[in-house]
Design a protein around this ligand. Sequence first.
Ligand code: NAP
Length: 296
Amino acid sequence: MTETNRIPVTVLGLGMMGTALAGAFLNNGNRTIVWNRSADKTDALIAEGAVAAGEIRDAVEASPVIVICVSTYEVMNDLLASVADELRGRVVVNLTSGTPEEARDTALWAQENGVEYLDGAIMAVPQMIGLPEALIFYAGNQQVFTEQEELLKPLGGKSVYLGTDAGVPMIYDLGLLSILWSCIAGYVHAQALVGTVGVSAEEFLPFVNTWIEQVIAPAIPKSAKEIDSGRFETDVSSLDVNKAAISHLVKTSKQLNVDNDMSVAIQEMIEKRVAQGHGNHSLASLIEAFKKQESH
Ligand SMILES: NC(=O)c1ccc[n+]([C@@H]2O[C@H](COP(=O)([O-])OP(=O)(O)OC[C@H]3O[C@@H](n4cnc5c(N)ncnc54)[C@H](OP(=O)(O)O)[C@@H]3O)[C@@H](O)[C@H]2O)c1
């Protein structure tokens, strides 16, 4: 047993994610104290060796490090405020999802109340918690992170510290989720289109996979280079070419009675950039159109 295994840790919130987090600490051999609003959710963890606290106050007092994972920051803030005195001098690691602004507000509250605070974003589903490939972003006081890094490691092998600004993990989280939602929505839109000619998802799948591997995946590092250099001249596929192509998608979706709101939004951005004289630039140059949205 290592030094870290001997540290007791408290987990507040035993939804799907909190239960997985507590399970990972138990697997690591940590004395794990758990609390949840609905007490019945502690049963399975007690069977695995966890100690259930009847009151949130007792759960906090039992450990130097408190990991919290509940539905929203609003819920978390209320819970933390209810035990503010007990939290003084302890470390709170928040793994609840929200906005960067919410994370920064809670970090400020922690500072004002003498609580050490790390904010985290879990880029994994509960079933991945504890695996070496599970990615968790953290931010907050660097010394606090360094001191807790070993303790937090069993939650996800790919823990990454992103600096002192507590809002940054949520920005990364939302950025990656934006990719997830637009990719899956794009795929589902494509399937709705090919479905109109009787093609099943299984039949279309090989072409989707090839498209992602050979066209989409290589386009991302290329786009990253263009964005960082600010140079968008392309000999591959210009906004002029894409403007014509996406008009076919919008028109066809409408004709086939397939929702085209998402394509219209992309079309509007492309047309705006072309109208501004960037027709010879690549798709990655849409970054400028996205930045413009900030002023709205
Ligand atoms: N599940 C995932 O794949 C995943 C992945 C990454 C991040 N996350 C984030 O992790 C957080 C938890 O997600 P989850 O999947 O565990 O959700 P969940 O299963 O719905 O659990 C929600 C938790 O919040 C508690 N809660 C809600 N309202 C409360 C209140 N008013 N007072 C006290 N406790 C309250 C619930 O307690 P009760 O049991 O008493 O209702 C439960 O412990 C969310 O912010 C989510 O975005 C989840």
